[in-house]
Design a protein around this ligand. Sequence first.
Ligand SMILES: [Zn+2]
Length: 91
Amino acid sequence: MQGSRNFQENDGPKWGAKRGNPQKYQEQTRCRFCRSKEEVDYKDVQMLKKLCTARGKLFSRKRSGNCAKHQRLVKKAVKYARFLALLPYVG
Ligand SMILES: [Zn+2]
């Protein structure tokens, strides 16, 4: 009994205080397309370049802040833009 209680006391606070404030993190990572209500367009090269690295790789959802739906649309738009030679495959 005594051993198990000590285990809970020692491990309890560690899990809660893992990383900063979760509410602040959620505010930063709202989807830019949901916010502005603009559509994902394969012709909008300037916008697609912001979602890619300098090497031409697509940013992850965590990095870009996109929701799952818009990340899928961005993925398709970038791939189509690459096919049309609007974006590079390798930067
Ligand atoms: Zn979205």
